[in-house]
Ligand binder design. Sequence first.
Ligand code: GDP
Length: 139
Amino acid sequence: MTERTFSILKPDATKRNLTGKINAVIEESGLRIVAQRRIKMTQEQAEDFYDVHRERPFYGALVEFMTSAPVVVQVLEGPKAVAKYRDVMGATNPEQADAGTIRKLFALSVGENSVHGSDSVDNAKIEIAQFFDAEDIVG
Ligand code: GDP
C-alpha cells in the first residue's frame, strides 16, 4: 500500500554536492519525491529530531554534525515506502551496507552516513510533521 516516509540528505552529502546523485538512486528505486526543501537545521530542531538518542554517547556529535552544514529534508512516497527506503539506504554503518545502497555508494562513516530514513510508519508521520506543512506535500 502507498505510504510516505521522511528522508534527510545529511551534511556530508550536501557538502560533497551529492544531492542529485542520491535523488537519482531514490527515484530509480521507484520512490517519488513529493516534497523537498534545503534547510540549515537549528540546534533545537536537531536535538528534538534525535531525542530518542539523547542518552547515547554519540548524541552530542550527532547534533553537531546535523547542524554543521545544510541538509535536504524530503517526503518520499510509494508502496511500502518506509521499508523500501530503509533497503535503499542500506545499513547504518556503510561498511555493513549492501552493494548499490546509498550508504554503500556514498557514506563516509557510521556518523557521516549521508541519509536518514524513518524506521516506522508512525515515526514517519511524526518526522514529516516536524518539517512540512500538509499543503507543501504534493503527491
Ligand atoms: P539509522 O536509523 O540507520 O539512521 O540509525 P540509528 O537510528 O541507529 O542512528 C541514528 C544516527 O545516529 C545514524 O544514522 C548515525 O548518523 C548516528 N549514529 C549511530 N550510531 C553512531 C555511532 O556509533 N557513532 C556516531 N558518531 N554516530 C552514530
